[in-house]
Design a protein around this ligand. Structure first.
Ligand code: F6P
Length: 325
């Protein structure tokens, strides 16, 4: 059974759909004859020997849960070769030679080190709400986060419509504008501010004012990606000056990291999991699972980290601008 032992960990920021992915990995691997283990708190738990068996029942009733039942963490010690080697000893002493890591690019650096330096059969599954990984169209959690933003927009619109106000809503995404773009488009935001597009405060404020005047609108919604944080204060000041209206601010923050995963995230999680276990079975460590169009793919982990930059969908941004103004 030496090669039929598989460990699973979640690392970095939690993302809705991680549990659906853990469940699919565990159950599919069991059908393939693996003994399956969970690692608590990501690489932190790997270093601290927090490793436990997982069976069919251990993942019952979790497909609908946000967060990650095996918990997650960020470890500085694991980020160096010595730390990685030390952590891998905890797997090896149990005869575990396979590992699936569900996380973002920070977590994938760990997969690369385990594979490149130690030849360990480790595979990465992209799990982050940010959708900021260039090699894959989608990451687990992105769709749910966008839908959570949409629910918030629905509520915020009640207030701005009742009070004739302008609302500036900050959403997450680190340096990636995807959450802002997709939820802003779907939520009918009058303006979307993303790090991938140039943004001039005066121009943005004039744009919003023009919409209010020319479309006889009483309220407006501006969605700002966290990567453009620095623009929020000056933009709100300018919006007040130009429109003469009350401008409110909401940072959705961690609300958008939690919650029950959407159907799309659960299905994506299951498809990624099956592909990852198959890669493990074939001994194809050092690879990252992703999706290209409708097809599940895998690429060398180094390409997922250093390959093509995340391509921002400028066309979608233009569409949002056309239909929301
Ligand atoms: O990567 C997910 C994310 O939620 C980002 O959108 C955000 O910038 C960051 O994590 C927050 O990180 P932390 O959990 O360390 O506060």
């Amino acid at each position: 059974m030496a090669d039929k032992k598989l460990a699973i960990l979640t690392s970095g920021g939690d993302a809705p759909g991680m549990n659906a992915c853990i469940r699919a990995c565990v159950r599919y691997a069991l059908t393939k004859g693996y003994e399956v283990y969970g690692v608590g708190r990501g690489y932190v738990g790997l270093l601290e020997d927090d490793i436990f068996p997982m069976d069919h029942a251990s993942v019952t009733n979790i497909v609908q849960l946000g967060g990650t039942i095996i918990r997650t963490g960020r470890s500085k010690e694991f980020a160096c070769v010595e730390g990685t080697g030390k952590a891998l000893e905890n797997l090896k002493k149990r005869g575990i030679n396979n590992l699936i890591v569900i996380g973002g690019d920070g977590s994938f650096h760990g997969v690369q080190r385990m594979y490149d330096v130690f030849g360990f059969n480790a595979v990465g599954i992209p799990g982050t709400i940010d959708n900021d990984m260039g090699y894959t169209d989608y990451t687990i959690g992105f769709d749910t986060a966008c839908n959570t933003v949409l629910s918030a927009i629905l509520s915020l619109r009640d207030t701005i419509a009742s009070h004739d106000r302008i609302m500036v809503l900050e959403v997450m995404g680190r340096n990636c504008g995807d959450i802002a773009l997709w939820s802003g488009l779907a939520g009918g935001a009058q303006t979307i501010v993303c790090p991938e597009e140039t943004s001039d405060v005066n121009k943005l404020a004039d744009e919003v004012n023009n919409i209010i005047v020319s479309r006889h609108r009483e309220s407006a919604l501006v969605v700002v990606a966290e990567g453009c944080k620095e623009i929020e204060e000056p933009l709100m000041k300018r919006l007040r000056e130009v429109t003469g209206r009350t401008v409110n601010f909401v940072n959705l923050s961690y609300v958008q990291r939690g919650g029950s995963p959407t159907m799309l995230d659960r299905v994506l999680a299951a498809r990624f999991a099956i592909h990852a276990v198959d890669l493990i079975e074939e001994g194809k460590g050092g690879r990252a699972v992703g999706i290209d169009g409708r097809k599940i793919i895998d690429v060398p982990i180094a390409d997922s980290l250093y390959g093509e930059d995340k391509e921002f969908n400028h066309q979608l941004y233009s569409i949002a601008n056309i239909i929301s103004k």
